[in-house]
Design a protein around this ligand. Structure first.
Ligand SMILES: NC(=O)c1ccc[n+]([C@@H]2O[C@H](COP(=O)([O-])OP(=O)(O)OC[C@H]3O[C@@H](n4cnc5c(N)ncnc54)[C@H](OP(=O)(O)O)[C@@H]3O)[C@@H](O)[C@H]2O)c1
Length: 317
């Protein structure tokens, strides 16, 4: 079968041939139609991450396809697979049964593939942040895939005010209104105190939940803009891996900083979140632009993903 495989850390994957996976008990063999690219794939492929698969390997941790062989699912069932299943950039993949979910008829393959990891982080991040209807939500890194979905999820779940923060002013401006944000704030030329002031003004008061995809200075501003008992959910660190966080700041307002990973959500929690995302997508309440690349253009897609594409990039198998 055709795959995209990584032959050297730090480089893009290349198209190659590989043997088909053998069916195994407790696993489902899936004919992949669409695979999604994620920052996680690039991080692993950089070779400096704690996960360092032996080379060569096939990246790709999620996608949509059709069941070929399974003890649990009838052949032909359309399924979304993820999140710890390796080898998604391949025509066929073997996935543990509990990492599959049936895709509703109204949701196309591309939408199911695009909403998975990013949607889970957005929806599950609000869950882990114990978001309640009527609270103010701040999304740091709003112009990316997770950020866009977090804005829309917060809106659907009745946030009183949703504020998006990011670097790219043009991309941010598109997020106001139907894309979920009530207001946006750019990161340009601001120190944390200035940024916090702008966020509080845009939110109409201190924020309750911070969905943080950036860490670094923007996260410090997020904490400064947070109210008593607020929860900051650290999902990503696109702005930098470290942050000097003054203790009095979190102590005086009893702010909770919660680390987040999709992998810690139970299979039931993942399925419930995906069901909600698929329902809202089918009803047109959740939208995420995507762009599809054929497998032999993996290097182009990979470069685009590295440059913050402001949409979901997919591989068609
Ligand atoms: N923990 C989990 O389970 C989980 C799951 C999914 C994603 N993530 C993480 O969440 C983050 C976002 O993922 P994604 O899929 O949304 O990625 P993406 O679509 O590539 O978006 C990247 C976002 O980060 C921003 N950004 C990049 N470098 C930046 C910098 N130096 N300073 C400020 N902003 C910067 C981009 O802003 P501009 O384009 O405006 O510059 C964009 O909003 C990544 O770090 C990813 O690894 C974690």
């Amino acid at each position: 079968m055709q795959v995209a495989q990584l032959e050297r850390f730090g480089e893009a994957p290349v198209a190659a041939q590989a043997p088909d996976p053998e069916p195994a008990s407790g696993h489902t063999l899936v004919e992949v139609r669409m695979s999604a690219l994620n920052p996680f794939d690039l991080r692993v492929a950089g070779g400096e991450f704690y996960i360092r698969p032996p080379l060569p390997y096939v990246p790709g941790s999620e996608g949509a396809g059709v069941v070929l062989h399974s003890d649990r699912w009838p052949a032909g069932t359309r399924v979304r697979f993820g999140a710890s299943a390796p080898g998604g950039f391949a025509q066929r993949v073997l996935v543990p049964d509990d990492q599959l979910m049936e895709i509703p008829d109204e949701v196309p393959d591309a939408v199911a593939a695009a909403l998975g990891v990013a949607g889970l982080a957005a929806w599950g991040g609000l869950d882990v942040g114990r978001f309640r209807s009527g609270e103010r939500v701040l999304v740091l890194g709003a112009s990316g895939a997770v950020g866009r979905l977090a804005l829309q999820a917060a809106r659907i779940r009745n946030a009183s005010r949703v504020v998006g923060v990011g670097r790219d002013a043009k991309a941010l401006a598109e997020l106001v209104g139907p894309q979920g944000a009530d207001a946006v704030v750019t990161l340009q030329q601001r120190d944390a105190a200035d940024l916090a002031q702008a966020i509080t003004a845009a939110a109409g008061g201190p924020v309750d939940v911070v969905i943080d995809l950036l860490w670094g200075e923007p996260a410090l501003a997020g904490v400064m803009a947070a109210g008593t008992g607020a929860r900051l959910v650290c999902i990503g660190d696109a702005a930098g891996p470290t942050l000097a966080l003054p203790a009095p700041l979190i102590r005086s307002r009893q702010i909770e900083v919660r680390g987040y990973t999709n992998l810690a959500l139970s299979p039931e929690h993942q399925r419930a979140a995906l069901r909600s995302l698929f329902q809202h997508a089918a009803a047109g309440r959740i939208q995420l632009e995507h762009e599809v690349f054929p497998l032999d253009q993996i290097a182009t897609a990979w470069r685009r993903q590295a440059g913050s594409p402001h949409r979901k990039l997919l591989l068609q198998l």
